[in-house]
Ligand binder design. Sequence first.
Ligand code: NOJ
Length: 564
Amino acid sequence: MAFTPWYKDMVVYHIWPRSFCDGNGDGIGDLYGVLYRLDYIKSLGADAIWFSPLYPSPNADWGYDISNYMDIHPDFGDLTVFKRVLKEAHERGMRVFMDLVVNHTSDEHPWFLESRKSRDNPYHDYYHWRPAKRGRGGRLLPPNNWTSVFDGEAWEYDSNLDEYYLHLFAKKQPDLNMDNPKVRDEVKRILRFWLDMGVDGFREDVITFIAKTPGLPSAYPRIPVANGLRHYSNLPAAHSYLREFKRDVLSQYDCFVVGESPMTDADTALRYVTEGPNQVLDEMIAFSHMEADCLFVDTIPRPFSLPKLKKALSEWQYKLAGRGWNALYIENHDHPRIISRYGSEKYRTESGKMLAAMYMLLQGTPFIYQGQEIGMTNMPLPELGMYKDVMTFNSARILGKLLPQKKVLSIIQKGTRENARSPMQWDDGPNAGFTTGRPWFFVNGNYHEVNVRTEDQDPNSLLNFYRRLIAFRKTTPVVLRGDYRELYPRDKNFYVYERRYFDQRLLVVCSFSPELQRFNAPEDVRLDKWQLVLTNYETCFNIGNGFTARPYELRVYLYGEAAL
Ligand code: NOJ
C-alpha cells in the first residue's frame, strides 16, 4: 500500500476499455486506442488511469468474468502492448491501476473447469460447491435461499457432480472460496504478477463480498434482490483476508488499493480504511450518494432527492475526516450518466459543471469516468432486445413480473448501466471517431454536439472546465487538505459546503434547481471580500450578501491566497 500518501492528491481517469477508443478498426475499444489517447488523458490533469478488466474473458459480464488473470484479452491487444501503455503512461507521469476481480472467476476459467470434473479434484474446493438437496417427489433444491445480484437463484446445479455451485452474480461467475488458503495464494500470485510488471495498484471488485458465513445458512426474512447479503457482506474474515494480502504482498510495494463496497456505510468502511495498523485499503468506493434517485439499484427509480444526496456525501465526509480518505465519483461503468440523473440534459453544460465542482472539491481522491468530462448523457434504446448486459436483462426480467413491457422499457432506458457504456465521443465524424469499423454498441446520437474535438476548441466547454477545475484542485491547499462543513443541510435547492485549511476558506454553492433561486451567504461570509474562483455562468454579480442563482448555477468562492 502506498508508502507516502501520493494517492491523496491524485485525480484518476477510469477507462472501460471496450468503449474508449478502437485503435485497430474492429469496432471494439482496445489498448492501441488507449496509447493514442494518452496525451488526451494527461491533458485533463489526470495522474492515474484505472482500467476496468482487460483480461481474457467470455464477456458474460463484459470482462468481470475472468478466464485468465495474467493476460490481456485479445480484443484489447496483448501483454506487449499493455507494457507499452504502462511505460508510456509512466513517462507522462501517470500511474496505472488494474481491476482485481477475485470474488468470482468465469465459469470458463481453468480452475472452475477442473473443479467441476469431480468432487475430489484438487480444484474442487476453489469454489463453493454443495450437494443438492431433494424436496418432495425428489425435486432438486439449492443448498440455501440466497438470490444472486444478476441471475435469479444464487446457485446453479451441475448434474455431473449432483452439486450446486454458488454465484452471487451471473451463473457464469462462480464465487471463489476465499477460505481456501490455496485460493488466497493464487490471489497473491496475481497481485505480484502485475505489481512486478510495474502496475501501481488495484481497484478491487466487490471486495467486501469475498468472505461468506461458514455453513452458508439461509437468510430470513427474505429480501427480493441479493437475499443472503448479511451472510457475505463485510464479514470479519473479509478483513482478515485483506490483511493477509497486505502483509504478504501489498505492503512490499508502493501501490494504491481502492475497494468496491456495495451497500456499505461509512462506519463499516472505517474498519478497512482507518489509517493505522489495521488499515487494509487506501480508499473505499461508496454507493449511498448514487442512490439519491433510486432504491439501492438504478432500476428501482425514485424522484431525485437533494437532501438524500447531501446526507450521503456529508456522512462520508464527516465520518472519514482525520481518519481515512474518500474515493470521490459520480459516474462509472455501473451507473447511468450523471447529467441525465442529478443534472439536466436541457442545461447540460451548466449542470455538468456544477456537478463536477460539487464532487471534485470534496475531501478525497476524484475519479472521472470516460465521457463524463465532455458531458455524455444517457442513450435510451427503443427496444429491450437492443441491450447487451446481464444486469439489464435481470432487471427487465424482475420488473417484467410486475409491470407492463412499456413501463419496463422506460425504467430500463433511464436506469440501465449501459447508458454509460456507449462508445466515447471523440469527434463529429462517423461513429463519433470511436472506430473506423462497425462499433460493437450503439453510438449516442448526440455526438455531433457532444464530443472531445468540439469541446476542446471551446474555452467555455465542460471539458475545459474540468481541466481548470483539476488545475485549481491541485494548486489549492484547502481543496486538498481542508476540513469540511455542510451549510443549510435541509435546503432543497442548494448544496452548500465550506472547506477550511488554516487561513484558507472555500465556499462551494451548487444550485440543483432548474428555476431561479435566492441564495443568502452565511453570516460569517462577506461575499464581496471573497474571490469568485469558479462558476458556470459568464457574468456574476451579488445582490446584498447573496445572489439569485440561475438554473444549476455554481459558485465557488475562495478566501485567502489562491495558489500554492
Ligand atoms: C462490480 C463491477 O463494477 C460490475 O461491473 C460487475 O458487474 C460486478 N462487480 C460483478 O463483478
